[in-house]
Design a protein around this ligand. Structure first.
Ligand SMILES: [Fe+2]
Length: 314
C-alpha cells in the first residue's frame, strides 16, 4: 500500500529561484533564506520519497485567464519548466507518475472532487522553487530525485476554493494514495505564501504574527484554520496571502496528529514572508516491521510441536 509519510510547506517566492539560478545564494541577503532549508534538504535525503505530490499555483503559465481550473492534476509522464518571460528556469524536466496520478484522479473524482486532468502541462516557479528548496539545486541536465505529481490550485482569480474545501481535498488525496496497491512512500508539498501583497496601496504588507499563528495551528490544530474566510486572509495576510489555503490540502492529506520536525521563518525574501514547516505522520513513523524470529527459536518451536503430535498419536 502507498502511504503519505510527511507533508512539507515551503514558500515559492520567484526571486528565490532567480537568486539560485544567478548564483546569489552566498550573498548575505539570500544566505539567510537558503540556510534555513539546509536541514530540510538533509531531511528529504533521509526521507527518500518515491513520489512527491506538489500542491502549488500556476501564475498564468500553464493556464491563461481564458481557462482557470480550480484544481488541476498533472497526469503526464513529464512536466517541462515553463517560460515565464525570461526563458524556462535551468532546472530538469520533472518526471511524473502517471499511474499514481490517474489513480488519484479516479479516486478523488468518484469521491466527488471534480479535478481537471492535465495530460500535458508546463510548471512554473510556483512548483520549481519549492522543489529546489527541498531537493536542492539540480542542473538542467540532471534529474529530480523522485517523480512528481503537480496539483495546481486556482488562487489567482476570484473565487479561489475555500480552506475547508482544500482540507477535504487533502483528505480525499490521502484516501486515494492509501488505496494504491504499490508500496510507495509519498511526500506532499503545500506551497505558497506566506503573508504578502505585491500590488496596490498595501504592497509590501507582511504579518508575521498571523503567519506564526497559521503555522502553529497547521501543526497542532488545523480545524481552527479550515473555517477562515477569504476576506480574513486578504485583510490579515495581504491579497496574495490567499495562497496559504494550499497548505491546507497538504495538512488534510496527513493524519490528525503529526510531529512537527522542523520550522523556519524569515522576513523578507523579495516582498514576501518566507515560511516553512515539515510535518511527519506519527502513527506510520512508529509502525516498525515485526522482527524476524531467530532460526534456532523457530526450529525449537517446530520440534516441540512434533513432539506434541507424537504424544497425541501415542
Ligand atoms: Fe505566487
Amino acid at each position: 500500500m502507498a502511504r503519505i509519510v510527511a507533508g512539507v510547506g515551503p514558500s515559492h517566492v520567484p526571486a528565490i529561484g532567480a537568486a539560485l539560478d544567478l548564483g546569489k545564494t552566498e550573498e548575505p541577503y539570500w544566505k539567510r533564506v537558503f540556510s534555513g532549508f539546509e536541514k530540510s534538504q538533509a531531511w528529504m535525503r533521509e526521507c527518500k520519497p518515491d513520489v512527491a505530490i506538489v500542491v502549488y499555483n500556476d501564475h498564468a503559465s500553464a493556464f491563461s485567464v481564458e481557462m482557470i481550473p480550480t484544481f488541476a492534476l498533472g497526469c503526464a509522464a513529464e512536466f517541462p519548466p515553463a517560460d515565464e518571460g525570461w526563458g524556462p528556469r535551468p532546472v530538469p524536466v520533472a518526471k511524473g507518475h502517471p499511474a499514481l496520478a490517474s489513480h488519484i484522479a479516479q479516486s478523488c473524482i468518484l469521491d466527488e472532487f471534480d479535478l481537471t486532468i492535465c495530460n500535458k502541462m508546463e510548471i512554473d516557479h510556483g512548483m520549481t522553487v519549492p522543489m529546489n528548496l527541498l531537493f536542492g539545486k539540480i542542473e538542467k541536465d540532471g534529474q529530480w530525485p523522485c517523480p512528481v505529481i503537480p496539483l495546481a490550485v486556482n488562487v489567482v482569480m476570484y473565487p479561489p476554493p475555500t480552506g475547508h474545501r482544500c482540507f477535504m481535498l487533502g483528505r480525499a488525496i490521502k484516501k486515494a494514495v492509501e488505496s494504491y496497491p504499490e508500496d510507495l512512500r509519498v511526500v506532499i508539498f503545500g506551497t505558497g505564501g506566506l503573508s504578502h501583497q505585491i500590488s496596490g496601496p498595501r504592497a509590501g504588507l507582511i504579518n508575521s504574527e498571523w503567519d506564526k499563528h497559521f503555522l502553529d495551528n497547521l501543526s497542532g490544530n488545523p480545524q481552527k484554520l479550515v473555517k477562515i474566510p477569504h476576506i480574513d486572509y486578504m485583510r490579515e495576510a495581504g491579497a496574495e496571502g490567499i495562497e496559504m489555503v494550499m497548505w491546507l490540502i497538504m495538512r488534510g492529506a496527513l493524519d490528525d496528529k503529526v510531529d512537527e520536525v522542523y520550522r523556519f521563518y524569515t522576513v523578507p525574501a523579495s516582498n514576501t514572508a518566507v515560511g516553512h514547516i515539515i510535518l511527519e505522520n506519527k502513527a506510520r513513523k512508529t509502525a516498525a516491521k515485526p522482527k524476524a524470529k531467530p532460526k534456532a527459536a523457530i526450529k525449537h518451536k517446530r520440534a516441540a510441536a512434533r513432539a506434541k503430535v507424537d504424544r497425541v498419536r501415542a
